[in-house]
Design a protein around this ligand. Structure first.
Ligand code: HEM
Length: 165
């Protein structure tokens, strides 16, 4: 018989995982390349509206992915430390949990920190800190790419765990 609890947790975990890593992939693969091609006033106008939403959307999707993943891990491991900590399955998932928490912390501190500072410059009437703004933009792009790579590694572990055990 189908385990409805596991099915629901797995569905929510994967759906939020797509929202999180898909959001990063869209930022890196589309927005990062498209926005510099627009006129500066147009791209700045878009960024003024986009950043406040993105810095709420990405952390929310990340927290929900990690939360449902952690509950699924505990549920599938029947809350038994010998399975959760004493099997390859459990240790691979525990490593993913730590990696996902690290990715979240890295993205929040560096990525969202830079995006917020960038936004304050965008909102200035006449900003004459061009070097600082370019530096923040570069750092934000680097963090997005780094978080995406870490997310893809985590997906690789997930797919391996799903196939191998
Ligand atoms: C970037 C973050 C993550 C993404 C995108 C993600 C995605 C996925 C996907 C696509 C699957 C299905 C794999 C398959 O059946 O082939 C899965 C399974 C699973 N994930 Fe994640 N995951 C992430 C992080 C985590 C974290 C932090 C945990 C917590 C331990 C976790 C726990 C699980 C568990 C327990 C399964 C089921 C494994 C099994 O079938 O044996 N995931 N995840």
């Amino acid at each position: 018989m189908v385990d409805l609890v596991a099915l629901t947790l797995r569905y929510l975990h994967i759906a939020f995982g797509i929202a999180w890593i898909g959001g990063l992939a869209y930022g890196v693969g589309v927005l990062r390349l498209a926005l510099p091609r627009a006129d500066p006033p147009a791209s700045q106008g878009v960024l003024r509206h986009l950043i406040p939403i993105a810095i709420r959307y990405i952390p929310f999707a990340a927290v929900m992915t990690i939360l449902f993943g952690a509950v699924l891990y505990l549920y599938m491991g029947v809350f038994d430390p010998t399975i959760l900590l004493g099997s390859i399955w459990g240790l691979l998932l525990l490593s993913s949990l730590l990696l996902a928490l690290g990715t979240f912390a890295y993205g929040t501190v560096w990525g969202i920190g830079s995006a917020k500072k960038f936004l304050t410059h965008l909102e200035e009437e006449a900003c004459d800190h061009r070097d600082v703004v370019v530096g923040l933009q570069r750092r934000f792009n680097r963090v997005q790419i780094g978080a995406l790579v870490l997310g893809l590694i985590i997906i690789g572990i997930m797919v391996y765990v799903g196939q191998a055990f």
